[in-house]
Design a protein around this ligand. Structure first.
Ligand SMILES: Cc1cc2nc3c(=O)[nH]c(=O)nc-3n(C[C@H](O)[C@H](O)[C@H](O)COP(=O)(O)OP(=O)(O)OC[C@H]3O[C@@H](n4cnc5c(N)ncnc54)[C@H](O)[C@@H]3O)c2cc1C
Length: 120
């Protein structure tokens, strides 16, 4: 039995989890760790801003959707990856893995362009 762990449940992490689950035999385990409980379709944010969609229209709860697919969900922040021991450390405990996919997204550097950032 192999354990595939994916950190992040957004546009990168969820398709990775679905693909892994569809590709692998049932004896293998797929686990998603996310610090947020709901998926939020980021590219539709502008529609919310202009009132064409509500926040609810572009979000859903992750846990029930993954449960239906037979994918384990851990709602926690991945505080640390321990590559020596093949485990992800969270406040809810350690999650062991054989294969790890890190889909935690970009860290945007708004400050790189003067005037671009949220604080101007
Ligand atoms: C307004 C807007 C419009 C866009 N339009 C398009 C488009 O039309 N087409 C397109 O291809 N792209 C578009 N993008 C870009 C697209 O949204 C991003 O490329 C995409 O969201 C990146 O997905 P990701 O899963 O890599 O990262 P993210 O969406 O950033 O998701 C990372 C997830 O990991 C979680 N996470 C982070 N750290 C941890 C941790 N330590 N432990 C547990 N969880 C963690 C985060 O909470 C988050 O849920 C748009 C972006 C914006 C802002």
């Amino acid at each position: 039995m192999a354990r595939v762990v994916i950190i992040g449940a957004s546009i990168g992490g969820l398709p990775a989890a679905y693909e892994a689950r569809a590709f692998l035999a049932k004896k293998h385990k797929v686990t998603v760790i996310s610090n947020v409980e709901s998926f939020h379709f980021v590219p539709s944010n502008p529609w919310v801003a202009v009132g064409w969609r509500t926040r609810k229209d572009i979000s859903f709860q992750i846990a029930p959707v993954l449960a239906k697919k037979g994918i384990e969900f851990v709602h926690a922040t991945a505080d640390r990856i321990d590559p020596e021991q093949n485990r992800v450390v969270t406040a809810k405990g350690e999650v062991p893995y054989d294969y790890l996919i890190i889909a935690t997204g970009p860290k945007l550097n708004f400050g790189a362009v003067p005037g671009l950032g949220p604080s101007g």
